[in-house]
Design a protein around this ligand. Structure first.
Ligand SMILES: [Mg+2]
Length: 267
């Protein structure tokens, strides 16, 4: 029997389906996070949602009664900014199709967002879901990509489930840009490695391992952990079910009913 809370130094939590479901906190979350803090564990909160800023997610967590700090929360926007900096794009003009949340995350790390008038100066295109996506943006992206050929996508989710039904996601917008330009996007968000590397880079070098990711989806969270060669725990409070595990070639190291089980002994 293992107590996951005791056996790892760093805990990477997906948000939706692990910590909360929509606007409701999952029972036991607050106590589990507080217990990990008493053990001086490193905690990171990860989300592929490209619409909000880090601060939006910090506020959401705090409003649900969960203590979380700016430095612990990684929206895919923050991870995209960190990736662009690591790839040498700081101070180079980049064209961005995405939410104001994404743009502010990029500016916060010194990424220069090109004005439309000077769009042919852009050295890369970053694309993501936003509700004002237009033919005009698609045209500009196509012209830039004709010159620079570098396209990054925050994530490839085709749709986003919402209370109002399915909404087209970043993957749908990327498909339009990829079709028009003939350029395939490199993806930053889970399950791709740039997100995981940005989060792992943020952990203290001296006391970060072993690391475990806790998620509710096999195809994003568990795949991300496997690709990054860290341990994985699937919670059954979100998307993936035990039946999904049975038919998947992705096998998490732990399958637990919910986040609360991190502090219990599990097989
Ligand atoms: Mg999730």
């Amino acid at each position: 029997m293992t107590c996951i809370a005791h056996n790892y130094k760093s805990f990477l939590f997906d948000l939706d389906g692990v910590i909360y479901l929509g606007d409701s906190v999952i029972p036991g979350t607050k106590e589990t996070i507080e217990y990990l803090r008493t053990l001086n564990k490193n905690i990171r909160f990860l989300t592929n949602n490209p619409l909000g800023t880090t601060l939006d997610f910090v506020k959401k967590l705090n409003n649900l009664g969960i203590v979380a700090f700016d430095s612990e929360v990684f929206s895919v926007g923050k991870a995209t900014a960190s990736f662009l900096v690591s790839e040498g794009f700081q101070d180079k003009p980049v064209y961005v199709i995405g939410s104001e949340g994404l743009k502010s995350e990029l500016r916060a790390q010194g990424i220069c967002i090109v004005a439309e008038l000077n769009h042919l100066d852009a050295t890369a295109v970053v694309a993501s879901v936003h509700y004002d996506f237009s033919y005009h943006e698609l045209m500009i992206a196509t012209q830039i990509l004709d010159q620079c050929g570098i396209l990054y996508g925050t994530n490839r989710d085709a749709v986003r489930p919402t209370v109002n039904g399915k909404m087209p996601g970043s993957g749908s917008i990327l498909a339009a840009i990829e079709t028009a330009s003939g350029i395939e996007a490199q993806i930053i968000g889970k399950p791709a490695l740039p997100f995981m590397h940005a989060v792992i880079r943020s952990l203290p070098a001296s006391s970060s391992t072993p690391v475990i990711i806790i998620g509710d989806r096999l195809d994003t969270d568990i795949q991300a952990g496997v690709s990054a060669q860290i341990d994985t725990a699937l919670v059954l409070t979100g998307v993936s079910t035990l039946n999904d595990v049975k038919v998947s070639n992705l096998q998490p190291d732990f399958i637990i009913p919910s986040i609360a089980s991190l502090t219990h002994s599990v097989p």
